[in-house]
Design a protein around this ligand. Structure first.
Ligand code: BG6
Length: 489
């Protein structure tokens, strides 16, 4: 609208996330005309910098998908003209009041909407929210604040954080990001399930044997050991990214696509799950490895990690949803750093066909005939379904082949980065992909007892070599529930 302005203030502008993700995502939105006519971007951090220096910094790190396009330079120059900087302390009301003056000047008396993106460590969330909300919130339009995990370390610290934030903001103003929810394939999960007759009726314990959520990275904590050691892989990946995908996968059909309806269903799934116990998980930690003349450091070789650290860099877990749809179906998660590959995927293994006419063609191993639906979230987004097929020829030999929807073969459009989707939704006030506080509480309730027990009993992680497939314990855990990991089959 011509009579309103949007300002997006990136607090922690000189940090890594801002440089690598937030500014490039904002530029991509601008490039594709998603942002309103009147908008400005402000960087705020302690680093002393002027507007020009911020612009230089952004243009240097703008490595997103857009920078290969035509007229990118021209668009970038226009975008950078709308970027400004204010240096200040994170707990200084005075400095946020100065920011407010600058924002007002840019707004020129028009109705103002203000979005703050907190790209800062969680121990200063509350200070920033206090200063920004008391000194720099909009008096004419909306003010929204995006925060990103970690939201505490356990149920208590998370609800304490929520309580403090809510002293200054309403729940409607808080946008808790889980960037996995902004990934294309994760968004597509509901479309796949709810709009395809060939899948929707199968989505239950009657046809699904188990579901697997797999996250692996082929690099270690390189440079992030300080942060990571205080959290570990369960808090870093499972309690949020993988659990979020699980709830979307397993929820009942929401009344509508409205944010509240969807989030109500997600909360119900979380509340139907039994909190994890020690026997439901195995944990691992990567150790150094020499391979092909190269040496890969172990987790505790990281100078920011204590030598005696037992923080898990790998975990596998079995979760169960105690409701009519999913009773008895294992939902397995596996997440690890410094593994042999980088991948995130959802694997759905279906039951065997009863009285399978072709049983003998599979020998004694009926698992080889399992239909498996795979959603590869990254890299190379794809959805494929493993079916049994007759190998052409005069004999009767069967094999498993893929019906394969590979995105890059099917679609020419590039896939937006998750932060583009989420920033746009926050600007538009669409809350569907953001975590509501009761969802967060329920997610922590599931994991907190386990995390406490792991720490109190000082459970030693199983060591696995850098670049390997992870600890064998993951196989035993799966086997206990009669499951084989699809990615290793
Ligand atoms: C972050 C974790 O939330 O997600 C990191 O803190 C992890 O440890 C990252 O590397 C993975 O995100 P993506 O989008 O690169 O898969």
């Amino acid at each position: 609208q011509e009579d309103s302005t949007l300002s997006i203030t990136v607090v922690g502008a000189s940090g890594d996330l801002a440089k690598k993700k937030i500014f490039p995502a904002l530029f991509a939105l601008y490039y594709e005309d998603w942002l309103p006519e009147n908008f400005v971007v402000f960087g705020y951090s302690r680093t002393k910098m002027n507007d020009e220096e911020l612009r230089n910094m952004i243009s240097r790190t703008l490595t997103c998908r857009i920078d290969r396009r035509e007229n990118c330079e021209e668009k970038m120059a226009q975008f950078l003209k709308r970027c400004f900087y204010h240096s200040g302390q994170y707990n200084s009301e005075e400095h946020f009041a100065e920011l407010n003056c600058k924002l007002k000047e840019k707004e020129g008396g028009r109705l103002s909407n203000r979005l703050f993106y907190l790209s800062i460590p969680p121990n200063i969330f509350v200070d920033v929210v206090r200063c920004a909300s008391t000194k720099a919130s909009s008096t004419t339009g909306w003010t929204r604040v995006i925060v990103e995990k970690p939201f505490g370390r356990d149920a208590e610290s998370s609800s304490e954080l929520t309580r403090c934030l809510k002293r200054y903001l309403t729940e409607e103003q808080i946008f808790r990001i889980d960037h996995y929810l902004g990934k294309e394939l994760v968004e597509n999960l509901s479309v796949l399930r709810f709009s395809n007759l060939v899948f929707e009726p199968l989505w239950s314990r009657n046809y699904i044997r188990n579901v697997q959520f797999i996250f692996s990275e082929d690099f270690g904590t390189e440079g992030r050991g300080g942060y990571f050691d205080n959290y570990g892989i369960i808090r870093d990946i499972m309690q949020n990214h993988l659990l979020q995908i699980l709830t979307l996968f397993a929820m009942e059909t929401p009344v509508s696509l409205d944010a509240e309806d969807i989030r109500n269903e997600k909360v119900k799934v979380l509340r139907s799950m039994r909190p994890l116990q020690l026997e439901d998980v195995i944990v691992g930690q990567y150790k150094g490895q020499s391979k092909g003349g190269k040496t890969y450091p172990g987790y505790t070789d990281d100078p920011t990690v204590p030598n005696s650290s037992i923080t898990p860099t790998f975990a596998a877990a079995a979760l169960f949803i105690n409701n009519a749809r999913w009773d008895g179906v294992p939902f397995l998660m596996k997440a690890g750093k410094a593994l042999h590959t980088k991948r995130a995927e959802i694997r759905v293994q279906f039951r065997h066909v009863p009285g399978n006419l072709y049983k003998r063609n599979f020998g004694t191993d009926l698992d080889k005939a399992t239909n498996e639906l795979v959603l590869r979230v990254q890299p190379d987004e794809a959805i494929y379904l493993k079916i049994n097929n007759k190998v052409p020829g005069l004999g009767m030999r069967l094999d498993r082949s893929d019906l394969n929807l590979l995105y890059k073969a099917r679609y020419t459009r590039e896939i937006p980065d998750a932060y583009e989707r989420l920033l746009l939704d926050a600007v538009e006030g669409e809350r569907r992909l953001f975590i509501r506080s009761d969802e967060l509480d329920a997610a922590w309730a599931l994991f907190t007892p386990l995390l406490k027990e792991l720490e109190e009993r000082k459970i030693a992680p199983e060591l696995y070599p850098y670049g390997s497939r992870g600890p064998v314990g993951a196989h035993y855990l799966a086997a206990k529930h009669n499951v084989r990991w699809g990615d290793l089959m």
